[in-house]
Design a protein around this ligand. Structure first.
Ligand code: TSX
Ligand code: MN
Length: 588
């Protein structure tokens, strides 16, 4: 459908006060931000401390993605699979028609053309988001290549339409609230066959910035399945050794495993360098040379603020020193931002405004920043932003890492025997829940390929697609696949591995393995490092970090067998064979 026809159709449905076609200019951003400052939605931060930056806080019930209200509406229920919520597309459209009828009354309807991926990449895709939220416009400007340039590419390509409303129409004369949303009536809906997105009732993050999770993962994964590529929840880093040789790794981790920290790592090993291509999403295609190439479809970081510090991620701290939007962090007296894990607050520190916008009481036992508080910032501001991130052809991937947070059983690092075994490792990703995520603490949660909330089709078919991708190239050209776990604990509950910059020691081994150099020892679960470079570290129990407890792993096999059964006849044979083979090696 031509863009103009679609805009008219949505305007007729939603009845906005006016329509604004976004050009993506800095002037437009500044004008919208100024209006939001006037209405009190945004607070400008201290220009001497955090230039061109803003603080805002959401409604207390609109603070995260809402998986229970997220739907994949394929014609057949089985095509959404056992891990997604499903509703019949016609039935869902009836619901949406009612919801969206008149939903933008009294508001401006913004039309946001945007490009996911470098502007001139053959792998990039165009989306258009219609929204009644100026907060969404500002965030989309940072997170995507937004505006006129994307619009120019639009005639040539078909676009992915997305309609978003906060779900709070204004009656004539009615005063708006700072963060309009409709927490009792939220719908994040995907029509994979029609390639359309509809989102209602939330103004926050992945619910509202439709280019990210909705398009670049859920819709893109269905496109990738059809077209023979991969849309993955992965960071992308460049890694250069002291000899100046450079490789690229992609890595998938469930939430609360420090993906952004790894994407911006400062190596402790002298002479090694990490550069950041992306911290969240990778679109990967095979090149004519048989190698797998990745682009980052995003142009910014929508990162979790709490826990980010000059100790855990100095590059992120420098990235967000200016031109950043902060959502749901705490505000200091001198109009700067603060969050748990940034630095120790002393008793004499000046008072804070909490993320709720009220004076913070440290004695309340509650955090000053919401645990899922975010910064939105352009990727270009990262001091280690990789120039190759703008390469339209993408970067060649030498290794794929999977990982999870596991206190025991899973060694620091091991290598898969081959592609199919690596796909099995991806499918077996699980993580122990932390205090930051809801649900019981320390419980094991399966999150295959870290894609559980983001796969737009049947996850069994997704596993089969990964196996199929391995048949598109020869084994020596395919990326090697690894499993890592930074989070093992000793019997006293202390972390066994220092993590963070010292993870460069693990990356070094992987780098050398992909160079046919580093040495490995076969174990029943995969290939373990013969040793790691531990220069400058003391008291590391490497034997324990790399040990394989056969009984624990047999238990792991039983657990996985139970999980795989969830996928019924959509589970590819190849995965069950890998599980059987693992059990066989453990029983030998
Ligand atoms: O991000 C993390 N990484 C990856 C870094 C590149 N985190 C934070 C996870 C929450 C988002 C980690 N936490 C890592 C890690 O490698 N490891 C740990 C566990 C850990 C925490 C503290 C210490 C050691 C390990 N040491 C001290 O606090 C002194
Ligand atoms: Mn993510």
């Amino acid at each position: 459908m031509p863009l103009k026809t679609w805009i008219d159709e949505i305007a007729a449905l939603c009845c906005p006060k006016r329509v604004h076609l976004c050009d993506g200019s800095q002037e437009e951003f500044d004008a919208i931000a100024a209006e939001m400052v006037r209405s009190g939605v945004l607070v400008p931060l201290n220009p001497h401390k955090r230039p061109h930056s803003f603080w805002c806080h959401s409604h207390p019930d609109d603070v995260a993605r809402v998986e229970e209200n997220t739907f994949i509406c394929s014609q057949k229920k089985e095509d959404a699979g056992p891990t997604n919520n499903w509703k019949d597309p016609l039935e869902m459209k009836q619901i949406l028609k009612k919801l969206f009828h008149g939903c933008m009354k009294g508001r401006t309807m913004y039309v946001i053309p945007y490009c996911m991926g470098p502007l001139h990449s053959p792998f990039s895709r165009i989306g258009v988001e219609i929204t009644d939220s100026p907060y969404v416009v500002l965030n989309m400007k940072i997170m995507t290549r937004m505006g006129k340039t994307a619009l120019e590419r639009l005639d040539a390509a078909s676009f992915i339409p997305g309609v978003h409303s906060v779900g709070v129409p204004l009656q004539p004369g009615q005063k708006d609230v700072p963060w309009p949303c409709n927490p009792m009536n939220r719908w994040i809906v995907h029509f994979p066959e029609e390639r359309a997105i509809w989102s209602y009732g939330s103004g926050y993050g992945g619910n509202a910035l439709l280019g990210k999770k909705c398009f670049a993962l859920r819709i893109a994964s269905t496109l990738a399945h059809k077209e023979g590529w991969l849309a993955e929840h992965m960071l992308i880093v460049g890694i250069t050794n002291p000899a100046g040789e450079k490789k690229y790794f992609a890595a998938a981790f469930p939430s609360a495993c420090g993906k952004t920290n790894l994407a911006m790592l400062t190596p402790t090993l002298p002479g090694w360098k990490i550069e950041c291509v992306g911290d969240d999403i990778a679109w990967m295609h095979f090149g004519a040379d048989g190698r797998l190439y990745a682009i980052n479809p995003e142009a910014g970081y929508f990162g979790v603020a709490p826990g980010t510090s000059f100790k855990t991620n100095p590059n992120a701290m420098r990235t967000i020193a200016h031109d950043t939007i902060f959502t749901n962090v705490a505000l200091t007296e001198d109009k700067d931002v603060w969050w748990e894990g940034m630095e120790i607050l002393s008793a004499s520190s000046p008072p804070l405004t909490s993320w709720l916008g009220t004076p913070y009481d440290p004695a309340s036992g509650k955090p000053a920043a919401y645990p899922n508080a975010r910064f939105t910032v352009s990727a270009k501001q990262c001091p280690i932003y990789d120039k190759e991130a703008e390469n339209p052809q993408g970067v060649p991937i030498s290794a794929i890492l999977f990982g999870g947070r596991r206190a025991s059983t899973v060694p620091l690092v091991f290598e898969s025997f081959n592609w199919n075994h690596g796909v099995f490792l991806g499918a077996s990703v699980s993580s122990e829940t932390t205090a930051a995520s809801k649900g019981e603490m320390g419980r094991l949660r399966h999150d295959p390929f870290a894609m559980l909330p983001f796969c737009g089709y049947n996850m069994g078919d997704y596993f089969a697609h990964w196996l199929e991708m391995g048949r598109k190239s020869s084994s020596e050209k395919l990326p090697r696949i690894y499993y890592v776990n930074w989070f093992q604990k000793d019997n006293a509950g202390q972390f066994l591995w220092p993590g963070f910059g010292d993870n460069s020691r693990v990356l070094k081994w992987i780098f050398e393995r992909t160079d046919h150099k580093g040495e490995a020892i076969d174990s029943p679960i995969g290939r373990l490092p013969k040793t790691l470079d531990l220069h400058g570290l003391q008291g590391i129990n490497l034997d324990r970090l790399l040990s394989v407890d056969r009984n624990a792993w047999l238990g792991e096999c039983d657990e996985l067998f139970g999980y795989f059964k969830l996928f019924g006849d959509r589970l590819p044979q190849g995965l069950m064979e890998e599980l059987k083979a693992l059990r066989g090696r453990l029983e030998q």
